[in-house]
Ligand binder design. Structure first.
Ligand code: ATP
Ligand code: MG
Length: 357
């Protein structure tokens, strides 16, 4: 069998992205050597700094450039002085939409020694995925504002749920549930209050469930579901939600699972028609940037998700195992996890662990 080569577009972005991405690459490189594949890297410096110099977060043909890659490996985007909507709409949203990354996937897994804010909860209690629909739903751009500034003022915003859009996220979530030991899928809904789109969501969920008799299903209204995330995280295995509900759950889930510094995320085009994008949940952390004390594990774990998506599951599992072992056995930890190691110490320890296997 010929040796595979994966083309990665590497975007460190802003702040601690410039510190975590090199550690992510260090561990990916160790995995590539050990599992026998090659990584061809192309670096892009697109960031808020680029914006300050050029007035653009990325060049006009940015998407065409990235389209040459198999995956995008991103650090963090955003910096004080550049409004969030500029960095979001100038870089992240064009990539997500342009590459039809209709799945946002976040593992919410409490690692050994991880710091969950929930009392008396251990790694056996918190291990689930949040699957968020990433292209339509509540975040449509249709609506309007009339009679502004008058007492007749009114504002509307539409939600858009299409059969194709709903079915494809459901299918992804059911397929993911099939790979999990408990084979359980929970749907986030609010069909008691939102009377057109959410009943439709429920209907498609029930319809899709017929194709997956091996998957146990349940559903909760989003409000009580948030409470259950906190009170009964052990109930969940895979959770699927619309763009808005998924957005909420995919911040709450990693928060329940502990340190923001270790949580990974993926924006996926499952058909691999376009590149998918992998990035840690955290932002650019201006308060600690430049000190080399940030936790690189969220970035490194995002790299593992990327390898799994590319078809290198053994390498991905090896990286996640290395993270678990490092945390369980008291390896180097950054400050956010109660240690005093630097970013590079953690990256090197994990790369060595992956190289040893
Ligand atoms: P976003 O850019 O997504 O809006 P944010 O600005 O709300 O994110 P972050 O940049 O993630 O938030 O930072 C939130 C807090 O978490 C900060 O105090 C930051 O120092 C801390 N933090 C974030 N990432 C890490 C990390 N990798 N290691 C240690 N601390 C982190
Ligand atoms: Mg921020």
């Amino acid at each position: 069998m010929s040796r595979k080569t994966y083309k990665l577009a590497v975007l460190p972005g802003d702040g601690i992205g410039k510190e975590t991405v090199p550690e992510g690459l260090r561990v990916l490189d160790a995995a590539a050597r050990r599992f026998g594949f090659d990584l061809e890297l192309k670096h892009y410096d697109w960031s808020c700094e680029t914006y300050a110099q050029t007035g653009k977060m990325m060049p006009d043909d940015g998407l065409d450039q990235l389209a040459q890659s198999d995956s995008v490996f991103l650090g963090a985007v955003g910096w004080p002085g550049v409004p969030d909507h500029v960095s979001l709409w100038g870089l992240l949203i064009p990539i997500r939409r342009g590459f039809d990354q209709y799945i946002s996937l976040r593992p919410c897994k409490l690692m050994p020694g991880g710091r969950t804010p929930l009392a008396n909860r251990g790694p056996e209690d918190i291990d689930f995925y949040v699957v968020r629909e990433n292209t339509e739903g509540e975040y449509s751009s249709t609506g309007g504002r009339m009679f502004p500034g008058t007492d007749r003022e009114f504002v509307t915003q539409d939600s858009v749920f299409t059969r194709v859009g709903v079915d494809r996220v459901m299918k992804y979530a059911f397929e993911l549930a099939m790979t999990r030991p408990r084979r359980k899928l929970t749907s986030a809904t609010k069909s008691n209050g939102i009377t057109f789109t959410m009943p439709y969501w429920d209907e498609r969920f029930a319809e899709m469930a017929k194709n997956y008799p091996g998957v146990t299903t349940d559903q909760f209204h989003i409000d009580i579901l948030c409470a259950h995330f906190v009170q009964h995280p052990d109930w969940f295995d895979v959770v699927v939600g619309s763009n808005l509900f998924g957005d909420i759950l995919s911040d709450l889930g990693p928060a329940v699972a502990g340190s923001i510094g270790i949580a990974p995320s993926a924006n996926i085009n499952p058909e691999k028609k376009f590149p998918s994008m992998f990035e840690p949940v955290h932002g650019s952390a201006p308060d600690i940037a430049g000190k080399w004390i940030c936790n690189p594990i969220g970035q490194i774990w995002s790299g593992a998700m990327m390898l799994e998506h590319l078809g290198e599951k053994a390498a991905a599992d090896c990286i996640v195992k290395a993270i678990e072992t490092l945390l369980a056995e008291g390896g180097p930890r950054t400050r956010d996890m109660g240690g005093n190691a630097g970013t590079v110490d953690v990256g090197k320890a994990l790369a060595e662990a992956v190289a040893r296997g």
